[in-house]
Design a binder for this molecule. Structure first.
Ligand SMILES: Nc1ncnc2c1ncn2[C@@H]1O[C@H](COP(=O)(O)OP(=O)(O)OP(=O)(O)O)[C@@H](O)[C@H]1O
Ligand SMILES: [Mg+2]
Length: 268
């Protein structure tokens, strides 16, 4: 899929859904992020890769409004935004799904989907919430036996599904998933990856953090590598060999190019 397609726009001038430019963040003496830039386009899955401590989660937390950047610019649909709280992040159309999914074990699927929404703008009768729950799960082709089962009895993959379905409620254009398959088995991982692809196929932009290059191959269009808090390559996943991406992650290859997708010829 071309990253230059903007599914939500009729304008001939395509604008990325999300653009980060020169994002820096220090925690005391630790420079977690140092001038990081990336773009996310509607209809693409962007893998965010990097070794432990590379700064991936810090970047996600900046998008989530948990941390504020020391420097840099965030643009959504070409507009500069200031994300200073999780409420800001949601308002700008970002759905952040953390690895610990913050679901309530003892509540059923419907209650989890509407948790925190039931009193607000998604106030619905019980029956309508149940109908909407099926609708959300069906849109992800989710395999959940009943929306009245408690989350405690669901598998890891099914829980991930509920978390993604829940974030669909406000119809956000941008999804950020921090290691969505880290705790999952083979079949469940395949299901979640299919769901990620479905999100992008329906015009959403998805950033997926993962340490698993097979997942990147399976589902991502492009990959941005961070190393020691800096950009260390942007790759067209279908054109470059996995070794090139691994080299960028481990630092075997320091990257000095422009922040545009690398052509395969640029890779050693
Ligand atoms: N709240 C914090 N206070 C102090 N240092 C922090 C904080 N959060 C992150 N760091 C530091 O910032 C750096 C980047 O951490 P971050 O969690 O973003 O890495 P990561 O790429 O997500 O790694 P992993 O793959 O292990 O999850 C690390 O050196 C980490 O110790
Ligand atoms: Mg992390």
């Amino acid at each position: 899929m071309s990253p230059l397609r903007n599914a939500n726009s009729t304008s001939p001038v395509a604008e990325p859904l999300l653009s980060l430019q020169g994002i820096s963040k220090a925690f005391g003496a630790v420079q977690a992020l140092n001038g990081v830039s990336l773009e996310l386009w509607a209809g693409e899955v962007l893998a965010l890769l990097g070794d432990n401590g590379a700064g991936k989660s810090t970047l996600v937390k900046i998008l989530a409004g948990v941390h504020s950047a020391d420097a840099g610019v965030i643009e959504i649909n070409g507009q500069v935004v200031s994300i200073t709280s999780p409420a800001d992040s949601r308002r700008y159309g970002l759905a952040i799904i953390y690895q610990d999914l913050a679901l309530c074990e003892n509540l059923d699927v419907v209650a989890n989907l509407f948790l925190g929404h039931a009193q607000g703008r998604f106030l619905l009768a019980e029956e309508a919430m149940e109908r909407k729950s099926w609708e959300l799960l069906r849109s992800l082709s989710a395999k959940i036996p009943s929306v009245r089962t408690s989350v405690a009895s669901l598998s890891g993959g099914q829980r991930q599904t509920v978390a993604i379905a829940r974030s669909l409620l406000g119809d956000p254009p941008i999804f950020v998933l921090d290691e969505p398959t880290a705790a999952l088995g083979v079949a469940q991982t395949a299901e979640v990856l299919k769901m990620v692809r479905r999100l992008s196929d329906s015009g959403h932009g998805v950033i997926m953090i993962t340490h698993n290059l097979a997942n990147v191959r399976a589902v991502a269009d492009r990959a941005v590598v961070l190393r020691l808090g800096r950009n260390n390559g942007t790759f067209d996943v279908r054109k470059v060999p996995a070794e090139a991406i691994v080299a960028a992650i481990t630092g075997a290859k320091e990257w000095t190019g422009a922040l545009t997708p690398l052509a395969s010829a640029d890779i050693p």
